[in-house]
Ligand binder design. Sequence first.
Ligand SMILES: [Zn+2]
Length: 81
Amino acid sequence: MSFEALREAIKEGNEYNFYGEDKPKCPHCGETWDGEWCESPLYNEGDQEIECQHCEKEYSVDVVITFHYNTDNQELEEQNK
Ligand SMILES: [Zn+2]
């Protein structure tokens, strides 16, 4: 049976364990994806197919990219010297 881990989580009301993760979680075995980012399609937004390193089954993951902006101290630091 496939998607065992995800089915189990949904049954227990724990499906949020598979949302908003730093790394994708395999719906088959429940293990966290741990591959090379640069060799994966995970840099692209939207549905991507990846393979789990633990059970070697494929699954699709919805990649959500968020942007963060940091305005650093820049010239303020200079002025305070
Ligand atoms: Zn797996």
